[in-house]
Ligand binder design. Structure first.
Ligand SMILES: C[S@@+](CC[C@H](N)C(=O)[O-])C[C@H]1O[C@@H](n2cnc3c(N)ncnc32)[C@H](O)[C@@H]1O
Length: 648
């Protein structure tokens, strides 16, 4: 029974599982737990007393491993929808004891093979027992090579000792201190980031610092196993979670992570409570963990419904897209339509134009002076409309030129002007702004040629061409824009890029609605462009070296790449942007940009991350090159724009 019908995504986090002991009567085990309200069980498939070596000795090699019933005891859909296989927890593939090690290897392979035979969606792998997990990872890696659909969830306790956080030094980990992320990282590196290897986090009663927990949001966490011992008791005697646990669970839900309740009931409900009364009336045995499930469901249901914009963007979450090339290509009607729905963007432009008009023309001259405003890159006309509305709002007279190089958009512009009766005010110019011979000079030049990284759709080059027809004291809207960048953990995007199995995709920047990411340090400004720009040494080439410091209590983290944003000053205090700390509310025209790294870089605590990025300009294209030089050096990505460039 799903946790609730909150208006959210139809994600896996609606389902809640329960961890069980081994039971050789699988149908009974399933019935008890499903009737008890859980959606699936995480159950051992094999009798825990089984050891392959004993079996061989005892049965002359002819024995059958003691699985929980035959595959026929449940229907195929019951197996696949309601059972996650729990691999025997005695398994220790890095044990000093050779017999145990060999037994472990045989049992692991048998259990996974059986789980595959049953078409289970996932198996829970036991937590690595010691600091070294090379042989465990080797065996899992072998299995992963031939695994078709099943996910392997490596069980990792969510723990990191605080002293280490204070010291900010990974060397202290050797002194008996723990950071379970290190275990996970070592395991997944050994398995080469395999996309079917993911994590089930054991949520314990005490939680590490928020920064340290934040790392997991960029990792492939599939399940959160919440122990009954992590629950507190509320005033009425019922289980509840601390505020920090509650917050954590809502982030898990938001990341499609499934909850699994584990452990023995630790709360004896008050006698006479309605729960017990219900049990009595039904004559049914209520599931002993039901109060825990009810509490998890309560947390799920109490989450706010997703705002309309986020619901619209659901399908784009962590989905890599190639950035637009509006200069080299002609945008399609659909793309213009999406832009035009973004009223937040046009409201900001209208405010900026209004302010510029009022600064340009004093009130007393408003009826005498006609301001010349040119929209360069007018598309299908929304900035023309916003400018005319600004003129009306401020009582200023306006003559507008709408310059657009896309002949298809020009068709729509003509019909718009006719439809709105703007013929006396608006002149349409079908031309590339870089070579238009304007009949007069403009007071105000309005453009929106911005990409997710500000300058990546070649606004600087286009506006350099257009400023010829701006009066010397004329205003450009935007007057400037700055790109921003920050390091991120995002194993999903890294694996998606990697799946192309080529260099080109690792040297391409993508537009992507970031969701399952850990933002490891605050973003920093990268390149700024100002318009108009009359300096004789003007160049649109740029280079920036940045140092990022992760908070000390984060622990180590893996950087899969860099998330980029922009912020534009349209005019004076009117800005527009997507940099997370200052983003324009409710604006959806731009998703962030993502610059991947060919090999993810591990950053130890206290160690700065040094990043370099270049904006390079050639006669026919503009491109970025980027690299990391500390704590270790990456190759320089996209040398000479060999993989990714923007056409001039
Ligand atoms: C991002 S769109 C914005 C369109 C419109 N202003 C809006 O807000 O919906 C940029 C527009 O600029 C046009 N454009 C890009 N470079 C141009 C150039 N050099 N000369 C004229 N138009 C250009 C593109 O064809 C496209 O229509």
């Amino acid at each position: 029974m799903p946790l609730g019908e909150v208006v959210r995504d139809k994600s896996d986090s609606r389902y809640c599982g329960v961890e069980t002991e081994f039971n050789d009567d699988m149908p009974q085990l399933l019935a008890l737990n499903i009737n008890g309200g859980f959606d699936f069980v995480v159950s051992p498939l094999m009798d825990p007393s089984y050891r392959p070596s004993l079996m061989v000795a005892g049965n002359n090699g002819a024995g059958v491993p003691p699985f929980a019933g035959s595959d026929l005891v449940l229907s195929p859909s019951q197996w696949s929808s309601h059972v996650v296989g729990k691999i025997s927890s005695w398994i220790d593939l890095d044990s000093e004891d050779e017999i145990l090690r060999k037994d472990s290897e045989i049992a692991l392979k048998e259990e996974i093979a059986w789980a595959c035979h049953l078409s289970l969606q996932a198996c829970l792998l036991p937590t690595p027992k010691g600091a070294s997990c090379a042989n465990y990872a080797r065996c899992v890696n072998q299995i992963l090579q031939n695994l078709t659909n099943m996910q392997l969830w490596l069980r990792i306790p969510l723990e990191k000792s605080d002293n280490d956080a204070m010291n900010g030094n990974s060397d202290h980990l050797s002194g008996g201190q723990v950071d379970s992320w290190e275990t996970w990282n070592s395991f997944r590196l050994l398995c080469e980031h395999h996309s079917q290897l993911s994590i089930a986090l054991d949520v314990l009663s005490s939680l590490p610092s928020s920064n340290s927990i934040g790392r997991w949001f960029g990792e492939s966490v599939r399940a959160a196993i919440i122990h009954t011992s992590s629950f507190l008791t509320n005033a009425r005697g019922y289980p509840c979670l601390s505020k920090r646990h509650q917050k954590l669970l809502s982030v898990f839900f938001n990341h499609s992570i499934q909850a699994v309740v584990s452990g023995k009931p630790e709360h004896s409900l008050p006698t006479g409570s309605s729960e017990l009364a219900v049990n009595h009336i039904d004559g049914l045995q209520r599931h002993p963990l039901r109060p825990y499930l009810d509490y998890v469901a309560y947390l799920y249901q109490r989450m706010d419904p997703l705002p309309e914009q986020e619901r619209f963007e659901l399908g784009y979450r962590d989905f890599l897209q190639s950035p637009l090339q509006p200069l080299m290509d002609n945008l399609e009607a659909q793309t213009y339509e999406t832009f035009e729905k973004d009223s937040a963007k046009y409201i900001q432009y209208q405010r900026a134009v209004s302010k510029a008009l009022m600064d340009r023309v004093p009130d007393e001259e408003a009826s005498m002076i006609t301001t010349v405003l040119m929209v360069v890159g007018a598309g299908r006309g929304p900035l023309v409309r916003a400018s005319l509305q600004a003129a009306e709002e401020t009582g200023r007279k306006l003559r507008v030129y709408a310059v657009e190089k896309n002949p298809n958009a020009i068709v729509t512009l003509h019909s718009l002007v006719k439809l709105e009766g703007w013929e006396n005010m608006v002149t349409i110019v079908s031309c590339d702004m870089r070579c238009w011979d304007a009949p007069e000079k403009a007071d105000i030049l309005v453009s929106e040629l911005l990409g997710s990284f500000g300058d990546n759709e070649l606004s600087p080059e286009c506006l350099d061409g257009a400023q010829r027809f701006l009066k010397p004291d004329g205003i450009s809207i935007p007057s400037s824009y700055t790109s921003f960048i920050q390091p991120v953990t995002t194993s999903k995007l890294y694996n998606d890029v990697k799946s192309h199995k080529d260099l080109v995709h690792f040297e391409t920047a993508y537009v992507v609605k970031l969701h399952r990411v850990a933002r490891l340090a605050p973003s920093q400004p990268v390149f700024t462009f100002t318009h108009p720009e009359y300096s004789i040494t003007r160049s649109n080439q740029r280079y920036m070296k940045l140092q990022f410091e992760m908070p000390n209590d984060t622990g180590s983290a893996l950087v899969h790449g860099f998330a980029g944003y922009f912020d534009a000053t349209l005019y004076k205090d009117v800005h527009l942007g997507i940099e997370p700390s200052t983003a324009t509310p409710n604006m959806f025209s731009w998703f962030p940009i993502f610059f991947p790294l060919r090999t993810p870089v591990q950053v130890p605590p206290g160690s700065p991350l040094e990043f370099h990025i270049w904006r390079c300009c050639g006669s026919t294209k503009v491109w970025y090159e980027w690299c990391v030089t500390s704590p270790s050096s990456s190759p320089i990505h996209n040398s000479n724009g060999r993989s990714y460039w923007v056409g001039l």
